[in-house]
Design a protein around this ligand. Sequence first.
Ligand code: ADP
Length: 368
Amino acid sequence: MITSELKILLIDNSPEDRELLRRQLMQDSEYSYHFFEEETGRRGLEACETIRPDCILLDYGLPDINGLQFLAELQDGAHTMPFPVVMLTRGDEAVAIQAMKRGAQDYLVKGKMTPESLHRAVHNAIERVDMLRTMDEQQRDLEKKNQELQAFAYALAHDLRAPLRAIRGFGQILAEGQMERLDEEGQHCVQNILKASIQMDHLIDDLLSYTKIEHRAVRHEPISLDVLVMQIVRSLLARLSDREVEVTVPGNLPVINGDPTLISQIFINLLDNALTYRRPDVKLEVVISCEIEPGAFVIRVRDNGIGIASRHYEKIFNIFQRLHGEEMYPGTGIGLAIVKKSAELMDGEVWVESVEGEGSTFSVRIPQ
Ligand code: ADP
């Protein structure tokens, strides 16, 4: 919002140039200006703190730090440029481009400015920064709300555990000791209570894993994929009784840089799915690989299972999104959301390619 009196900070060591800027800005203006003037970059930075100007007109060629250094120090870690800045150059395009990249809103060439171009530059700069600030605030608001929601989900899942344990425990007592006293319908009910409580237990476990990964610092350390993948494959295969599964792991998986917990979560969930969504009449084949690209590595888990229609490629990564009923394939709809979040926490991405009825390949690219 542009108020009627604007605080303008002129940072320029030439008194004549400052005088010209003042005159041009005041010419035919519907606004009134309050001018503050500094001759060096350092003094200018200090003045920003005390004055909190509505706009800064910054000469590139200052006697101490240059205009680009000034911008870097002014921003210093802030999301958006804290103040609108219009850079004044002597016509050097490269400087102007650099200034814009570093957060200046506009630039003007000294000697070619008109009162109109100066007016336009100053007012556009103020409006743009105002808009960016609003967007920044909304973004931070959204992030905060998201964090609150995650904390709520975590607390809820955690607190549901104790009553669930009681339901499951008493159900088990009934199933183990009291079944003969129940008629057929009673027995059926007890079995359903147990089945539902086991399913809910999985749901709570998955929900806790999902919310937990957000609440820890991401580590970057060398991980020997050979060792990690073999451990995970062994423990998952131990779960399967049949021999109709062939998992191929290349012998020379690389050492990568990443967060061991997140990388494990990616493999566990992708492999778990590969073992779950198999075709009943076909020997299951799973192939794991890892390719090194310039600046990144790509993990792949390929299966010859039931496959996924391309219209579902995006949505399966959303939490609770499942394509099958619990009866057909057990699951909670959280696994791929964990994979996606794990990849994103390491600045990576995940995607799927698949042919329905033939198999799927899940790929995760993590920058190094
Ligand atoms: P869950 O497996 O618990 O349902 P996920 O988030 O891991 O949850 O997966 C979401 C959905 O994506 C699954 O319900 C399934 O329909 C589909 N899906 C995931 N992995 C595969 C796969 N390897 N082959 C076929 N479908 C898959």
